[in-house]
Design a protein around this ligand. Structure first.
Ligand code: ADP
Ligand code: MG
Length: 264
């Protein structure tokens, strides 16, 4: 076979093996090899590394799409000065992702606007970037989907879905009171994931007032019990970041008004 024929054969091997990035890089890599004369192993390693990088990028994009995060927030964007109530060393500990490895849970508690969703999403993205399957949902959505699935005879499939990701983020528990049936759906999800996968749950209600979220206090206690067993509790009782920005704008307006020459 001519050199040209071998080259064509090699390209079709790469296509058959579904290594498109390596196939695309082949001509450039060969040209480069003519000049630098790398060892056979080095040449092959470099060529395959191109494919590995492309695959990793594609898989990460897939995980991020699947996760359905409501925003692209990252851990680097957290402003600790603006939120002194946020325990930085605890966030850094969570960022090691040991809690995901250990199938532990994280409970984020605090009033609206303190950054609970942001932190949950940022940790979720961080986990996705490290190869974990993550899924974001609100508590209301989780309950609604599960309820619909139960009615439509898809209960098992839906339960398997909630069990799938290594990390399930359940946002905004407590904004709406949960009727007994909804609470029992949530309990099923939490208890099936117990020691199988992690949950980050955010809530505006302190643990002591969980009885008010759930009409059924026994279910509330059972859910808490499972969440807290391998759980980290992070309470953010600081000022609302949303209100802070609002406050800043009002201050700017006021300063502007004062700076403006009077009587014009
Ligand atoms: P919560 O879920 O507690 O109601 P959010 O996470 O939705 O609060 O935060 C409200 C807004 O303030 C969001 O736009 C969020 O990105 C921003 N924010 C909150 N805390 C911080 C912080 N520590 N650093 C930077 N932005 C923050
Ligand atoms: Mg929120």
């Amino acid at each position: 076979m001519t050199e040209r024929g071998v080259y064509q054969q090699l390209r079709s091997h790469l296509a058959y093996l579904r290594l498109p990035a390596a196939a695309e890089q082949l001509a450039v890599a060969l040209e480069d090899a003519e000049k630098r004369k790398p060892s056979y192993t080095r040449f092959l390693e470099r060529l395959l590394a191109v494919e590995v990088e492309a695959t990793e990028r594609r898989r990460l994009e897939g995980r991020l799409r699947f996760a359905s995060f409501p925003s692209p927030k990252t851990l680097a964007e957290i402003d600790y000065d603006a939120q002194p109530a946020l325990d930085r060393s605890l966030v850094e500990e969570l960022a090691t992702l040991r809690f995901v490895e250990d199938k532990g849970n994280v409970l984020l508690i605090g009033p609206p606007g303190v950054g609970k969703t942001m932190l949950a999403v940022a940790l979720g993205r961080h986990a996705a970037e490290h190869g974990y399957r993550v899924y974001y949902t609100t508590a209301a959505d989780l309950v609604a989907k599960t309820q619909r699935a139960a009615l439509e005879g898809r209960w098992q499939t839906t339960m398997r879905f909630w069990n799938g990701p290594a990390l399930l983020i359940i946002d905004e528990l407590g904004y709406l009171p949960l009727p007994a049936e909804a609470a029992s759906h949530l309990f099923q999800v939490v208890s099936r994931r117990y020691e199988h996968g992690s949950i980050i749950l955010t809530t505006n209600r302190g643990i002591a007032s969980w009885g008010e979220i759930f009409q059924d206090t026994t279910v509330a206690a059972a859910i808490l019990d499972r969440l807290l067993h391998h759980g980290t509790v992070l309470t953010i009782n600081g000022p609302s970041y949303r209100m802070r920005r609002h406050h800043d704008r009002v201050e700017q307006l006021r300063a502007g008004l004062q700076a403006a020459p009077a009587g014009k």
